[in-house]
Design a protein around this ligand. Structure first.
Ligand code: SF4
Length: 64
């Protein structure tokens, strides 16, 4: 799995950082930042959930 974000789309809801805190965080402006583009296996379900929950569709998940 590879995770990509479109930070310019982020509306700073924080759902991703709450749902998958080992993969997503927010900068001082509240905008999403990715901690790892290659999440460990035990994080991948949470990453998919975060992408589903993001109200801005700013998270893209590629691969298995
Ligand atoms: S869930 Fe989406 S809109 Fe909210 S902080 Fe994360 S990337 Fe930004």
């Amino acid at each position: 799995m590879r995770v990509a974000i479109e930070q310019e789309r982020c509306v700073t809801s924080g759902r991703c950082a709450f749902t998958a805190p080992e993969v997503f965080t927010q900068n001082d402006d509240g905008l999403v930042e990715v901690l790892t583009e290659r999440p460990a296996a035990d994080q991948q379900e949470a990453v998919r959930e975060a992408a589903f929950l993001c109200p801005a569709l700013a998270i893209e998940v590629k691969g298995d």
